[in-house]
Design a protein around this ligand. Sequence first.
Ligand code: SAH
Ligand code: SF4
Length: 350
Amino acid sequence: MPHPADKILNIHELDHDQLNDWCRSLGIEPYRAKQVMRWIYTRGADDFEEMTDIAKSVRKLLAERFFISSLEIKKVENAHDGSRKYLFGLSDGNGIETVLIPEKNHYTLCISTQVGCAMGCRFCMTAKTGLIRNLTRGEIIGQVLGVQKDIGGDKRLKNIVLMGMGEPLANYSPVVSALQHITNNDTGLGFSNRRVTLSTSGMVSKFEDLARDTRVRLAVSLNASDDKTRSLLMPINRTYPLEQLIDACARYPLTPRDKITFEYILIRDVNDSPEDALRLSKLLRPVKAKINLIPFNPHPASEFERPEEERILNFQAVLCQKNYTAMIRRSKGSDISAACGQLSAKQAAL
Ligand code: SAH
Ligand code: SF4
């Protein structure tokens, strides 16, 4: 006899088709799947008993097979600038971090896609952990649901960025399934594609699949304008050097008003000279690009330093002269080491 707990599954792990199949296998009308998903994702139900327009017998079958659960918040830290870092506990005892960042008129949520990361970038805190495991679809969606619940369904949560722990394209299927759900207006969370951004270190092999499977925006962590420097900072550059990366970006299908965002961490005496800026402007010429300059956020696990303010402004000026939109992104939440993309796996804190 299987233990009853073995039969129970978090319903967030299933997409609409899978729930349809399950309904069909039990002789339940397939339109019930849509009804259940709307109850959960539009109306915020977290118990099948709330679904009063679904027959009691069907609710019982659902409850025997599934539970509805967002992730458990273990800890919340507030930064002086209003950012909030959530530490979520996973069922196997691992932990992940999600950061809510206030902007002028809305919130941006920075979510994780893996516990740790295998890519080994030299400047990144997550890299020090190595890859512990991939997140499931339910755990990726669960971060959004958990934060939405905590902020009481505040409608100002409009933007989602996949810039927390992990390389999203190295965990392709669960990430795409979660993105399709997050942007689905009918049975999902209804976020606009234009307001969801996937950031990658440059896993070129997955670009075509991503463009086919989603319409979310693409951001690429570039961080250098020549192969020698980029390979030093980001080992993935040895697999997909700049020529391949830029070529894949140039071919990436975009809507007429869309651009690819290139993130460039400015690190003192490594990639912050006016010559670097000029080379960057030439490198990106084949692409519809905008650039986010992120002054390096120092942390104890890295020997790198942030450039002087003047050097940062100079770098930006070169790019602006070359007609690029280049914004300087001041890391939010740095006093709680919650700067997006600089999340640490502080397991001990969980
Ligand atoms: N793995 C994906 C997404 C997560 S990293 C990627 O690399 O794009 C998200 C962003 O945070 C990346 O652009 C990364 O370059 C940046 N980042 C990592 N460590 C940082 C640090 N110490 N200071 C500033 N930005 C950092
Ligand atoms: Fe992974 Fe991104 Fe950090 Fe590189 S920058 S180690 S890809 S999380």
